[in-house]
Each structure stands twice: as structure tokens, then as C-alpha cells.
Design a protein around this ligand. Structure first.
Ligand code: ADP
Ligand code: MG
Length: 400
């Protein structure tokens, strides 16, 4: 498996107008950008294009304005932050619309080495509807398309799928390339053993991921709320833990499939349980069955040690989904243990999912992880083996 798609290296952007779909969907507070990780993540692609003499039109969505202009979701604060990061040598211009005369004029006037930030794409209803007219209008602004918004590639929107369908060549940016390469290395050509750690709240969110992983992994470690549906399916008492009664059969099928494929599927053997879902709840650690009136909110120390041992010996690790309710301190230890075990392991590690990445950052081990994905939903869909619409529309290496 490989990307097989053209990248920045396959184009000569000098003197061209280049439309770059970036992911500038950052948190804003009182009109100021909070965590600017996503803006920084786009810099390598933007700087590469600018230094090679392109006139760059950068476009992103921001929040959920639902097809209307929402003053608090304008791109101006993002453009201001981008200007700070790029420095004065690169003029960052803005336009307060996504389409129309003002946008066409601003794009036409843009010079090599300059950057224009379009207004929030989702101010236009046609963006999420992949409206052909909007896509056409955006595609007409440029002579080249670069996809770098990995976090939005699972959406078939006008800017992610409609524009690259019409604006050719359409190639992958450096961030997207990094995401795909890390994923391909981990799933397509992994150093053995390949271990997956899957957690989070529900089986139903992750069932396709589990099914796809069973075809590839040597070992599957399950934690989080979804573990209890599995444990109940095995006949354990789970107290008032999260359980999807309508997924018990699914859980049994996954367990049977793991046996059929000789995948070592591990479930928690001990639990941190609470008498209610709260930071100050009464807690205890129990082995095996969970007594009535108690709910499992984290994996226990014995499970932590067993999972950490598998991660220490792994060649490659994929992680998605916390092992417990890590947002609350008493139930954060299982997730921290996995984060630390990954950091200490020599395995090539790939972590994706908003909450899992938050847990990595909370533990301060970002630098020790092979690849931290910028995608939540997009990462999950890759794990499910799906082709993402925002990648599907890019040119193949052998196409002209
Ligand atoms: P990611 O964002 O990394 O893909 P998910 O969104 O699938 O992860 O899962 C994270 C959520 O799962 C968190 O909000 C966490 O509190 C919840 N969760 C984990 N373990 C449990 C549990 N035992 N009971 C209830 N919720 C849980
Ligand atoms: Mg999440």
C-alpha cells in the first residue's frame, strides 16, 4: 500500500495561483486563536509553495456556521496568527467572502510569494453540500490544487472533493503526505508484532475499526467503555458500567473472529469502579466481575501492567480511544499508562482521535510518539479501510 498520489514534489508552482485546502479549524476564544497546532501543521506546505514562487490561496472551514455568516467565526484572527507565524516577508491578505467578485479580484491581484486567506468556507451552504457551482467558482480561482486538510478529507465537501475534481493538477500537501505515509507504514508494512489499542466509549463507534484491525493485527488490546459490552458478552457481571445491549452479538462475533484469525484479543481483568459518574465518587479496584451499583470507569493496575508489557514488546502500535474516563483524574491512570508505555516502547507508534491525542499531550509525551494524527474522524475512516473523498480526487502518480 502507498499513497500513489501526486504530491508537492510532482508540481512546479512557480508563478501559479495555487488553491490550498488547509485545516485552520482552531479553537477561538474572545476573537483570539487558542491552540494553533493546526495552523502550524499547515506551515511546511504553505512555506514550500511560497518559496517556490506560488501565489497561495488558503481556504478552510472554522466551526459550524451552517451556511450563514457568523461574525464570531470569521477567519480574520486565524489570518492574523498565520501572519505572525509566517513573518513579515510574506504578506497575508484576507477577503471577507468565499465567492463572488471581491474574491475573484483579490485572487487575480495576488502576486507570487503572497498569500490570500479566504473567508470561512462553511459560511456558504454549498460547501457541505458539495455544490457544483461553488466548487466551479473556487476551482476557477487557481491553476493548481493542494490538499492538506487531512482532518476534513473524510468529508465530500465542495472544497475537499469538488474543487480537486475540477482544478488540475490536484496533489497532496506535505501534512497529508505525512499522515498517509505514517498510516501506510503502520498498517501496510508494519514491523511485527502489530498491536492495536482500542478504547473510547462505545462498541458501535468502533465496530468497523475492530473488524478491519482483526485482519491485520497480532494483538488487540481493548479498554474504555466499550470493554464492558465485550465482558458482558462473555458472561461477566458488569454492574452499571456502560453497555450496549444491542451490540452483545457484535461483540461475540468480534471475539470469535479473533479466535479464528489467531489474534490475541485482550480485555481488562480488573477495573477502577465508582459508585457514580463523578470526580469525587467513591471508588475501588475490583478483579473480575463488577458488583451491582458500581460502574467501571478505568482499567485496573493488573490490566495496565499486562497492556504495557504488550506495548513494550510491540514492533508497531496503533492507538485510538482512551482506556477510561481520562477527563476525570481518578479514572485517568489507565490512559496515562498506555501513553507512557507507548513513549517508552521502541515500537513505531501512530495515535489518532481527538481524545487520544489530548491524552498524549496531557502526558507530555508528544515527542516520543512516531506519528500523532491531526485527524479524528478521518483517522478512524482510514482505520476502517475506507477511501477518503478528499484523497480520492487527487491525481495518481502515473496519471498525466
Ligand atoms: P477518540 O476521540 O480518541 O477517538 P473516543 O471519542 O472514541 O476517543 O472516546 C473518548 C471518550 O470515551 C471519552 O470521553 C471518555 O470519557 C469515554 N470513556 C472511556 N472509558 C469510558 C468508560 N469506562 N465509561 C464511559 N466512558 C468512557
Ligand atoms: Mg472523541
Amino acid at each position: 500500500m502507498s499513497l500513489a498520489k501526486k504530491t508537492l514534489r510532482d508540481i512546479d508552482p512557480a508563478g501559479k495561483k495555487v488553491f490550498v485546502r488547509v485545516d485552520f479549524n482552531v479553537p477561538l476564544k474572545d476573537g483570539v486563536v487558542g491552540d494553533d497546532t493546526r495552523i502550524r501543521a499547515a506551515l511546511p506546505t504553505l512555506q514550500d509553495l511560497l518559496s517556490r514562487g506560488a501565489a497561495v490561496i488558503a481556504a478552510s472551514h472554522l466551526g459550524r456556521p451552517k451556511g450563514q455568516v457568523v461574525e464570531s467565526l470569521r477567519m480574520a484572527p486565524v489570518a492574523a496568527r498565520l501572519q505572525e507565524l509566517l513573518g513579515d516577508a510574506v504578506p497575508v491578505k484576507t477577503v471577507t467572502a468565499v465567492r463572488g467578485e471581491a474574491v475573484r479580484e483579490a485572487a487575480a491581484a495576488l502576486q507570487p510569494g503572497e498569500l490570500l486567506v479566504l473567508e470561512n468556507l462553511r459560511f456558504e451552504a454549498g460547501e457541505t453540500e458539495n455544490d457544483p457551482e461553488l466548487a466551479e467558482e473556487l476551482a476557477d480561482l487557481a491553476e493548481l490544487f493542494v490538499q492538506d486538510a487531512f482532518g476534513t478529507c473524510h468529508r465530500a465537501h465542495a472544497s475537499t472533493a469538488g474543487v480537486p475534481e475540477r482544478c488540475k493538477p490536484a496533489v497532496a500537501g506535505l501534512l497529508l503526505e505525512k499522515e498517509i505515509q505514517a498510516f501506510d507504514q503502520a498498517m501496510g508494512n508494519p514491523k511485527q508484532p502489530l498491536v492495536a489499542v482500542i478504547g473510547g466509549a462505545k462498541v458501535s463507534d468502533k465496530i468497523l475499526v475492530l473488524e478491519t484491525l482483526l485482519e491485520k493485527v497480532d494483538c488487540l488490546l481493548i479498554g474504555g467503555g466499550m470493554a464492558y459490552t465485550f465482558l458482558k458478552a462473555q458472561g461477566h457481571e458488569i454492574g452499571s458500567s456502560l453497555c450496549e445491549e444491542d451490540r452483545l452479538d457484535t461483540a461475540r462475533e468480534v471475539l470469535a473472529e479473533a479466535v479464528a484469525r489467531s489474534v490475541e484479543l485482550m480485555l481488562p481483568t480488573d477495573h477502577v469502579v465508582a459508585d457514580r459518574f463523578a470526580e469525587d465518587a467513591a471508588t475501588q479496584t475490583v478483579n473480575g466481575d463488577i458488583p451491582e451499583g458500581w460502574m467501571g470507569l478505568d482499567i485496573g493496575p493488573e490490566t495496565q501492567a499486562a497492556y504495557a508489557a504488550r506495548l513494550a514488546d510491540a514492533g508497531t502500535v496503533i492507538w485510538n480511544g482512551p482506556m477510561g474516563v481520562f477527563e476525570l483524574e481518578p479514572f485517568s491512570h489507565g490512559t496515562s499508562c498506555v501513553a507512557q508505555a507507548l513513549a517508552q516502547s521502541d515500537a513505531m507508534s501512530v495515535v489518532g482521535g481527538g481524545d487520544s491525542v489530548a491524552a498524549i499531550k496531557k502526558n507530555g509525551v508528544e515527542a516520543k510518539i512516531g506519528h500523532i494524527s491531526t485527524g479524528g474522524g478521518a483517522f478512524l475512516e482510514l482505520l476502517e479501510g475506507k477511501e477518503l473523498p478528499g484523497i480520492a480526487q487527487l491525481d495518481y502518480i502515473d496519471s498525466k
